[in-house]
Structures are given as structure tokens and as C-alpha cells.
Design a protein around this ligand. Structure first.
Ligand code: ZN
Length: 166
């Protein structure tokens, strides 16, 4: 498996928006990022419990990211960032009316494991900017639990980011 990307790899034109969605503590407002991202709508719905999130292509330049509201908040945040990864990296796989529907383990039918891993790496880098994680550690948050809480992610997601065994 490839190493987790150190920095989130966003197109130039979306970097200012990203920076504006990261607060002083390093917490990333992924919901606001998607809401303000051109061509992408964002919604939360009570969906089939087997589904975590969906990226849909509604029209030529019209996408929708939907997250399952049944899941815990930190899971919803990771799913939203994972779907964003599919948007930035894999949207050209979709035809109008098509969708990537991620099951709760964040795997979608017809999407390779490699692409799912790319979306996970994108999500990890997006929600846990490494420089901000290191800053938080310097300021005394040294255990995985408090770092996970600080960044609004699951303990497993944070442990992966820090390359700790899970
Ligand atoms: Zn996926």
C-alpha cells in the first residue's frame, strides 16, 4: 500500500476555499467546503444503512454528494471527504446520471480497490492536514484519542494518518 499523501492535492482554483475552511486549530469544515465548491451540491439524508455516501453526476458540470445522516458525525465527515476524493480524482468515470455509491466500508461496486484507496488517502489528507496534526501534537495532544477528537475523525482514521498499527 502506498504511503498516505502528506498534503491534500487540490486544483489550484480550490486552494483558497480550502484554506478558508481550516480554522486556527486545524479543524476542517468539510461540509462548508463542499457547499461552496462550484458545480457540487451537498446533502445529508437518512439512507439505507448499508450505504455511507454517494457521488452523483446530475449533468455535464453538475454533481451531488450525499452523506448518510444515520452514521456518526465523524464517519459522515470522512465519507464526505472520501466522496470529494472521488469527485476530484475519478469524476471522469461517471456519465450523466451515473453515480458512485459507497457502502459503509467505503467501497463502491465497479470502483477498483486502488481508486477507493486513493479516495481514502485524499480524505485523510483533507481532514487531517499533517502540519496541523504535528502542531497539535507539539501543543500537548499526544494520544490518538485526543487528536481524533480535535480533528473530528475516528480513532482509526487518526491512527492510519499517524501510521500507527490499528
Ligand atoms: Zn469510494
Amino acid at each position: 500500500m502506498e504511503k498516505i499523501k502528506i498534503r491534500v492535492d487540490l486544483p489550484e482554483e480550490n486552494r483558497v476555499l480550502y484554506a478558508s475552511c481550516v480554522d486556527k486549530e486545524g479543524f476542517v469544515d468539510v461540509n462548508r467546503f463542499i457547499e461552496e465548491l462550484p458545480y457540487v451540491e451537498f446533502g445529508k439524508e437518512f439512507m439505507d444503512p448499508r450505504i455511507s455516501g454517494i457521488l452523483s453526476k446530475l449533468g455535464e458540470n453538475e454533481f451531488l454528494i450525499t452523506v448518510n445522516q444515520r452514521e456518526p458525525e465523524e464517519k459522515q465527515r470522512f465519507t464526505a471527504a472520501h466522496e470529494l476524493g472521488h469527485y476530484f480524482l475519478h469524476r471522469n468515470l461517471l456519465k450523466s446520471g451515473g453515480k458512485i455509491e459507497d457502502r459503509y466500508i467505503l467501497k463502491a461496486e465497479g470502483v477498483s480497490d486502488e481508486k477507493e484507496e486513493e479516495a481514502n488517502q485524499f480524505a485523510a489528507a483533507f481532514l487531517m492536514p499533517l502540519d496541523r496534526v504535528l502542531e497539535a501534537m507539539k501543543s500537548g495532544k499526544n494520544d490518538v484519542n485526543s487528536l481524533a477528537e480535535h480533528f473530528g475523525v475516528s480513532v482509526i482514521a487518526m491512527a492510519n494518518r499517524l501510521k500507527l498499527p490499528t
